[in-house]
Design a protein around this ligand. Structure first.
Ligand code: NAD
Ligand code: UDP
Length: 320
């Protein structure tokens, strides 16, 4: 008998790659999504597969799935700053009410549940690099608070279900991840810069570009999540690539990669934009035997190839 897994946020960037992974590993997959930031196109190739089913559903309302379930991956949530600033209430609801619904479902089905947390629980971090014991520095009432606090609540309620109900839970703290199927207009820095290069626009660096990020290729991220789900570890684990770069240097790398003739222009830094971010992945190495394998130049080449094969119509839909 094949194991059955429910993946929420299935039509999104990470969710769709996770659907592919679990189908490939021989699972029956139920993908659930309300398509608020996702795209049916990301999972269309699975619609004819008899091991895949799609439910169009908002997980912030009661979630029902017929039959047994072995695992749940809760990945539904807007994930990019411009998305969660546009739909702040839905963001808070899916992290809180949505997570509560899925924990309830996991309890009813006696399924193991993994929830997608984020490096944003560390806020604008005062320790560097960030390990899982750091409690974070979050502005609860700032514009990013709707995402950060929803994810912090999500971790708390997950640990409460684990401790009080004995539910099997896993928490992954995902650091900036990129790759094919990101939405070109989701505002995150990689689609933003590549989209600008492809349209012949200048690259917009926010602030003076001295803030740092550490980018993980999607295949590495999916492998880390897969290992965590199958491990017996219930405390949070960082999954990300520790290779850190300033946003200004990164813009220069993208100028070289794409061969664009455009230049860098500077725009104001968004409120509460974290100044530095780099995962400490000691725990993932020790517990999961995991570390990233794909270099930034390999991963960026694959990502660029994906974006440059999009149609002109898709490319220009991404202007905002
Ligand atoms: P995404 O926007 O591409 O995917 C999110 C998906 O969730 C979308 O398909 C969207 O339609 C769906 N969704 C949102 N609210 C929903 C609801 N109420 N009911 C059903 N579906 C809903 O984003 P992503 O980058 O794939 O992120 C997926 C998850 O990983 C999120 O939980 C995000 O917080 C987390 N994460 C991602 C990153 C990253 O770098 N990509 C970093 C940290 C955390
Ligand atoms: N950024 C930028 N120009 C853009 C989009 C983003 O300089 O057009 C910066 C942004 O201010 C942040 C970094 O790139 O410092 C990463 O932003 P992203 O939205 O990808 O993710 P997050 O801030 O959540 O890490």
């Amino acid at each position: 008998m094949k194991k059955k897994i429910l993946i929420t946020g299935a039509a999104g960037f990470l969710g769709s790659h996770l659907c592919d992974k679990f189908i490939q590993e021989g699972y029956k997959v139920i993908g659930m999504d309300n398509l608020i930031t996702g795209d049916r196109k990301n999972i269309e190739h699975l619609f004819k597969n008899e091991d895949f089913e799609f439910y169009h559903h908002d997980v912030s309302t009661f979630v029902h799935v017929a039959g047994s379930l072995d695992y749940i991956l809760h990945f539904a949530s807007p994930a990019s700053p411009i998305d969660y600033l546009k739909i702040p209430i839905q963001t808070l609801k899916v992290g809180s009410l949505g997570t509560h619904n899925l924990l309830g479902l996991a309890k009813e089905k006696n399924a193991r549940i993994l929830i997608a947390s984020t490096s944003e629980v560390y806020g604008d971090p005062l320790v560097h690099p960030q390990n899982e014991d750091y409690y974070g520095n979050v502005n609860t009432i700032g514009p990013r608070g709707v995402y950060d606090e929803a994810k912090r609540f999500q971790e708390s309620i997950t640990m409460a279900y684990h401790r009080y109900h004995g539910l099997e839970t896993r928490i992954v703290r995902i650091f900036n991840t990129y790759g094919p199927r990101m939405r070109l207009n989701d505002g995150r820095v990689i689609p933003a810069f590549i989209g600008q290069a492809l349209r012949g626009e200048d690259l917009t660096v926010f602030g003076d570009g001295s803030q740092t990020r550490s980018f993980c290729y999607v295949d590495d991220q999916v492998d880390g999540i897969y290992r965590l789900l199958l491990s017996d570890y219930s405390h949070p684990v960082n999954i990300g690539n520790p290779n850190e770069i300033t946003i200004k240097d990164f813009a220069e790398e993208i100028i070289k990669l794409t061969g664009t003739q455009q230049k860098i222009v500077y725009k104001p830094l968004p409120e509460d934009d974290p100044m530095q971010r780099q995962p400490d992945i000691t725990r993932a190495k020790e517990i999961l035997g995991w570390e990233p394998k794909v270099t930034r130049s390999e991963g960026m080449q694959k990502t660029y190839d994906y974006f440059r094969n999009l149609s002109q119509e898709e490319l220009h839909r991404s202007e905002h």
